[in-house]
Design a binder for this molecule. Structure first.
Ligand code: SF4
Length: 305
C-alpha cells in the first residue's frame, strides 16, 4: 500500500478535506477500505458497477423521501402513477451515473427496485408518525460546514448534508432524521457518529438560514422492505432488523458527548494513519468483504471459502 501522504491529499479534517460521515463509517468498517477510497480519490478511478448500483439505490430512496416530505398530499404514494414515477427516477439516475442506456439486465434490476421502493414507501406511510405532531419541516438535504474540537487550537472541519430537519415551536428545538435504505444499521443510535455530527451542525448554526437551536431528538427513518418474521427485534443489538419506520437515539447522550468521545478520537486516529501510511488491520466481519469492491486487490480480505 502506498503511503497516503505521497498522494498529496490533505489530511482528514483539514479545510480542503472536511470530515464526512462516509469517511468515518468507511474507516470504522475497515481501515484498508478507507485507504483504498483515498487512493481512488487521488487517481479518479471509478468504483465497480456493483458498488455504483448500491449508491444509486441510496440516491433514489433519498430523493423519493425528500419528495414525500415536501408534498402535503401523502396519499400520492399509493397511486399507480407513483410506482411509474419511481421507475422514472431510477432510470434518470442510472443514465446520469452510468452515462449510457441500461442493458436488459439493468432494466430488470431497475424494475425490481422500483417495485420494492413503492412497497417500502407505502409501508412507511402506513406507520408514519410524522403527521399531526405540530412540527414544521425546516430543511431537507441541508448542507453544513463547521469547525469543532475540544480545544480551540485543535479544531477540525466537518461537512455533510442532513436529510431532514423539523422545528418544534412548542419546545423550541429541532427534530433531526437521517434516511437509511441499506440492510445493515447502527446498533447504538445514541452513539452513532453520523447523527452526532449532524446534530452538532444544527446546534452550532452551521446550516445556512437555519438558526442554532438544540436538537431535541435525533434518529433514523428506516426505508427497507417489510419483513414480518424479524419485526420485534427493533431495539436489539447491532445488525438486528429494523422494520420501516422511525427509530430515535436516547437524548441523554448529547451530540457534544458523541463528538468528544467517539467522533474526535476517530478523526485523530485516521489522521495518524494518514501520516504514517499504515492502514493494516482489515475488517473482522466477512460480510464487509463480500460487499467490498476492493476484494480482488486487498491482501487483508477474509476468505469466504
Ligand atoms: S476486502 Fe475486506 S479487508 Fe479488504 S478492504 Fe474490503 S472490507 Fe476491508
Amino acid at each position: 500500500m502506498k503511503r497516503l501522504n505521497w498522494l498529496g491529499l490533505p489530511f482528514l479534517g483539514d479545510e480542503g478535506r472536511p470530515v464526512h460521515q462516509s469517511d468515518l463509517n468507511a474507516f470504522r468498517r475497515c481501515p484498508p477500505q478507507y485507504a483504498f477510497s483515498r487512493v481512488r480519490e487521488a487517481t479518479d478511478n471509478l468504483p465497480e458497477k456493483r458498488t455504483a448500483l448500491i449508491a444509486l439505490k441510496g440516491r433514489v430512496y433519498h430523493q423519493i423521501m425528500e419528495d414525500y416530505l415536501n408534498y402535503s398530499d401523502h396519499d400520492f404514494l399509493c397511486a399507480d402513477e407513483t410506482e411509474r414515477g419511481y421507475k422514472d427516477a431510477f432510470e434518470y439516475f442510472f443514465k446520469e451515473d452510468f452515462k449510457g442506456e441500461p442493458t436488459d439486465e439493468d432494466l430488470a434490476w431497475l424494475e425490481k427496485e422500483s417495485a420494492t421502493a413503492g412497497r417500502i414507501m407505502r409501508g412507511f406511510h402506513e406507520r408514519s408518525v410524522l403527521d399531526g405532531m405540530g412540527i414544521e419541516l425546516v430543511a431537507t438535504e441541508a448542507e453544513f460546514r463547521f469547525r469543532w474540537g475540544p480545544r480551540f487550537k485543535h479544531k477540525k472541519w466537518f461537512a455533510g448534508r442532513i436529510d431532514a430537519l423539523w422545528y418544534s415551536p412548542h419546545l423550541d428545538g429541532y427534530i433531526l432524521r437521517d434516511f437509511k435504505s441499506g440492510t445493515r444499521l447502527p446498533g447504538r443510535l445514541e452513539w452513532d457518529l453520523q447523527l452526532g455530527v449532524y446534530s452538532m451542525a444544527a446546534e452550532c448554526g452551521a446550516i445556512e438560514d437555519v438558526p442554532a437551536k438544540p436538537v431535541l431528538s435525533r434518529g433514523i427513518i428506516r426505508l427497507h422492505d417489510y419483513d414480518r418474521r424479524k419485526v420485534g427485534s427493533k431495539n436489539g443489538a447491532a445488525g438486528d432488523y429494523y422494520g420501516p419506520g422511525v427509530y430515535t437515539a436516547d437524548p441523554s447522550i448529547t451530540p457534544e458527548m458523541v463528538m468528544e468521545h467517539e467522533v474526535y478520537p476517530l478523526v485523530l486516529e485516521i489522521r495518524e494513519r494518514e501520516r504514517t501510511g499504515r492502514f493494516n488491520g482489515g475488517t473482522k466481519d466477512s460480510t464487509n468483504c463480500s460487499w467490498c469492491s476492493e476484494i480482488d486487490a486487498c491482501k487483508a480480505r477474509i476468505s469466504l471459502l
